[in-house]
Design a protein around this ligand. Structure first.
Ligand code: COA
Ligand code: MG
Length: 288
């Protein structure tokens, strides 16, 4: 399952949680962490529990407070056994934390739960330590299918603002992409972009993440969903180009040739495999 966009809705705001499901995001993240005032933590948890009393209409994740806070157990209790896909673990900084949460979830889910029905765990890497430990965290347990980058906390941690040029994320983004591939899990999810009124900056931000190898981007506002879905979907031009490459290469390969040129670009096995990846993503998204 590849997600182009995942929309956050604060767990303390039932109106936004309901509205989220009528929008075009590929998945929804109900937040119990930073979008919820400290005084509202218990109320938000109860509201999310109640909200999940009936199965949500889209893949849904709950973001729980980090494993070092006193909220973690009650948050996991609220999410376990609910009809959701998984849990985002805020401010993850070590494989041990992930294993700890994996163990708690196993206790809450019970031993009889088949592997496929176990909740996924998405470590949110949003501090320097978390980014530094990305590979260990990606390998921590089979529930981890992908990582997520949290830019607002990360920029605060390294002492920079969240810019419109993205320089401050270059290393962290690449680190997550490479760690994920090395660990054999899916490509990661990019940070939310805080500029909800500035679509140009959002688009540039999303394109940077897409070029660096992210599968999609988390979003915070309805206006951000459309541009992010477009940027993380192969374009018609890319799909046609991929088809052309595959067809030309297969024809050449059948005649015993392993390298050709298509429209002035060398095509050999890795290039044709990349073209097949594009077609697979397009097909999964109903675009080809
Ligand atoms: N999910 C669902 N609906 C949302 C939404 C979201 N994340 N953000 C805004 N909306 C809705 C609003 O409720 C409003 O609906 P209405 O027209 O039916 O009244 C509409 O979209 C327009 O919203 P707008 O007035 O532009 O924004 P706002 O001031 O209501 O909210 C934020 C702005 C930033 C507070 C809001 O977008 C938000 O809470 N985002 C998620 C924050 C979050 O979860 N952060 C944690 C991860 S970093
Ligand atoms: Mg945060």
């Amino acid at each position: 399952m590849l997600y182009r966009s995942m929309l956050f809705a604060p767990g303390s705001d039932t109106k936004k949680m309901n509205k989220a499901y009528g929008l075009e995001a590929d998945a929804i993240i109900l937040d119990l962490e930073d979008a919820v005032a400290h005084s509202q933590k218990a109320t938000a948890r109860e509201q999310v529990k109640e909200f999940l009393g009936s199965p949500p209409a889209k893949p849904t994740f709950v973001r729980v407070n980090d494993a070092k806070t006193p909220f973690i157990l009650a948050d996991l209790q609220a999410a376990a056994g609910k009809p959701i896909t998984g849990i985002f673990l805020a401010k993850t900084e070590s494989a041990e934390e992930v294993k700890h949460v994996d163990w708690l979830l196993s206790l809450l889910e019970g031993e009889q739960v088949p592997e496929k029905q176990k909740l996924e765990l998405v470590p949110f890497l949003e501090t320097s330590l978390g980014v530094e430990k990305a590979y260990d965290i990606a390998c921590a347990c089979p529930r981890v299918k992908r990582l997520a980058l949290g830019g607002n906390d990360f920029t605060t941690d390294i002492g920079t603002p969240y810019s419109t040029t993205g320089d401050e994320f270059f290393y962290a983004r690449s680190r997550l992409v490479v760690a994920s591939r090395a660990a054999g899990i899916e490509a990661p999810l990019d940070t939310v972009c805080p500029f909800i009124k500035d679509t140009d900056s959002l688009q540039e931000d999303a394109k940077r993440a897409q070029r660096l190898g992210f599968q999609g981007k988390m979003v915070i506002h309805p206006n951000q969903i459309g541009p992010v879905n477009t940027i993380f979907s192969p374009s018609e031009k890319e799909i046609n180009n991929a088809r052309k490459i595959v067809a030309a290469f297969e024809e050449a390969e059948a005649k015993g040739t392993g390298v050709i040129q298509v429209d002035g670009k060398m095509v050999e096995y890795p290039i044709v495999n990349r073209a097949r990846q594009v077609l697979a993503i397009a097909s999964a998204k109903g675009l080809a």
